[in-house]
Design a protein around this ligand. Structure first.
Ligand code: FAD
Ligand code: NAI
Length: 471
């Protein structure tokens, strides 16, 4: 057993929150160690989340496009074949390249990497049960808990990650299922449902609420659902799942009924994806040994400087409050490192973008129109459809629109919602504008290169004053 008692900071969890905090802290001159039990850095995001899902989304889109969209563009391909093992390998290569990249960044910045599970023994002591079987103790002045989240289970449905899967199993299926039932029309259900639908599965999404997208602007949610339906998705909205039964022939029966009760129905599936949300993860961390209590939703309570009830132990990312997004965890990681170093750290929670990486993509920042309406603020809305955008037309990819919401009195941008090709890249401009407190007029007076999709944002800004040029 070894002991290091002169560490400034020990971070538990090597995901986007933890690893970014570790690098930032080391750059600020803090003697920093990061404990990760997965055997690889990068957390949920790099290993079983953002990265593998985007690899599968990108390549399944290319496959689908080759099958259904190239001919009209004057490209004729004789035979198109899916090689699923090769597609999965490309995904795995992206993952291992990036997780090794984080390991390199730790070395470069002088962060000590401990492979093992961390558990608090006391307020300044963390036991590390090493993956190699050894046990050691780390002592430090400060700790940062960044242990992330795991998939929420569905009561009574047992996940085996083969037939009944969470996102983790859905990123590894060895065959394209004929029929896939997705429980939950949130981000995971729609992204991974898209992957398998493009590769040939018949996908039915069962959603308890009346809208897709787990709380996105309701007008965009309707447009998005229409678009996915056109692609072949079947939706059972306002519907609850009663349970699943594995059948002798290897398939799964999914029993559903209307959310209000009645209309029972059995759906047939080869694979069922359970994607009803994620929950904070702090099991085995020994929180009881330091007197930290999680809240009713399993989150670690923190103050505005990320301090838990034990002031030198802070927490960031999915395991605490807020959106469960990699870039949110990263920003908190940087801010926490700065605060631990005695400096100033800040995250602007009003400008955290959300992106759903389907085709078309959906991206937004700030408030939805529903939220603005509810708050009682007088506002203007400007909309611009991609079918009126020159670049979208030349690309033959015109579905979707940009919607901008601005304060009627001050013209300050309150929210931007984009559904369309490259929405995830385009939202960055809106985020920057909002970070700088821009008005919609600021965007409409900014030069945008022609022909680009970004011109649709400028036109939406002009439309908030009722004066778009191109429509
Ligand atoms: P995590 O990434 O969960 O990392 C926590 C780490 O802590 C884990 O590696 C875990 O092994 C480790 N750990 C836990 N307990 C201990 C312990 N006691 N000792 C040592 N180590 C421990 N977000 C986006 O922004 N964009 C996306 O496109 C996106 N796509 C996603 C797709 C999927 C399928 C999923 C599941 C999630 C996706 N997310 C996406 C969400 C994103 O992955 C999370 O918000 C992000 O990973 C949270 O970062 P974190 O550092 O808080 O926690
Ligand atoms: P989610 O919260 O996005 O969506 C869950 C959906 O399931 C909601 O629409 C909800 O109404 C529905 N639901 C809940 N209980 C249900 C039930 N019993 N029956 C039927 N429907 C039910 O959660 P999801 O999709 O699991 O993703 C978890 C989180 O991971 C996301 O919230 C997001 O933070 C993160 N993520 C982010 C991605 C991105 O940024 N592109 C991609 C994937 C995940």
């Amino acid at each position: 057993s070894t002991s290091t008692d002169d560490l400034d900071l020990v971070i538990i969890g090597g995901g986007p929150g933890g690893y970014v905090a570790a690098i930032k802290a080391a750059q600020l001159g803090l003697k920093t160690a990061c404990v990760e039990k997965r055997g690889a850095l990068g957390g949920t995001c790099s290993n079983v989340g953002c990265i593998p899902s985007k690899a599968m989304l990108h390549n399944s889109h290319l496959y689908h496009q080759t099958l259904h969209d190239l001919k009209s563009r004057g490209i004729e391909v004789d035979s198109v074949k899916l090689n699923l093992p090769a597609m999965l390998k490309a995904k795995n290569d992206a993952v291992s390249g990036l997780t090794k990249g984080v390991e390199y960044l730790f070395k470069k910045n002088g962060v000590a990497y401990h492979k093992g599970a961390g558990k608090f023994l006391g307020p300044h002591e963390l036991e590390v049960a090493g993956l190699d079987g050894t046990t050691s103790t780390l002592k430090a002045k400060n700790f940062l808990i960044a242990t992330g989240s795991v998939a929420t289970g569905f009561p009574g449905i047992e996940v085996d990650e083969k037939q009944i899967v969470t996102s983790t199993g859905a990123l590894e299926l060895e065959q394209v299922p004929k029929k896939m039932v997705v429980i939950g029309a949130g981000v995971i259900g729609l992204e991974l449902g898209s992957v398998w639908q493009r590769l040939g599965a018949e996908v039915t999404v069962v959603e308890y609420q009346g809208a897709v997208g787990a709380g996105m602007d309701s007008e965009m949610a309707k447009a998005f659902q229409r678009s996915l339906s056109k692609q072949g998705f079947k939706f059972k909205m306002n519907t609850k799942v009663l349970g699943t039964e594995k059948l002798a022939d290897g398939r799964v029966a999914v029993k559903v009924e209307a959310a209000k009760g009645g209309n029972p129905e059995t759906l047939d599936a080869d694979v069922v994806l359970v994607s009803i949300g994620r929950k904070p993860y702090s099991e085995g961390l020994g929180l009881e040994n330091v007197g930290i209590k999680v809240d009713e939703r399993g989150r670690i309570p923190i103050d505005s400087e990320f301090r838990t009830s034990v002031p030198h132990i802070r927490s960031i990312g999915d395991v605490t409050y807020g959106a469960m997004l990699a870039h949110k965890a990263e920003e908190e990681g940087v801010a926490a490192a700065e605060l631990i170093n005695g400096g100033y750290g800040h995250v602007n929670y009003d400008t955290i973008p959300s992106v759903i990486y389907t085709h078309p993509e959906v991206a937004w920042c700030g408030k939805s129109e529903d939220e603005v309406k509810k708050s009682g603020i007088a506002y203007n809305v400007g909309q611009f459809p991609f079918r009126a955008n020159a670049r979208a037309r030349t690309n033959g990819d015109t579905e979707g629109m940009v919607k901008m919401i601005a304060d009627k009195e001050t013209d300050r941008i309150l929210g931007v919602h984009i559904m369309g090709p490259n929405a995830g890249e385009m939202i960055a401009e809106a985020v920057l504008a909002m970070e700088y407190g821009a008005s919609s007029e600021d965007i409409s007076r900014t030069v945008h290169a022609h022909p680009t999709l970004a011109e649709a944002l400028k036109e939406a800004a002009l439309a908030t004053h009722g004066q778009p040029i191109q429509i």
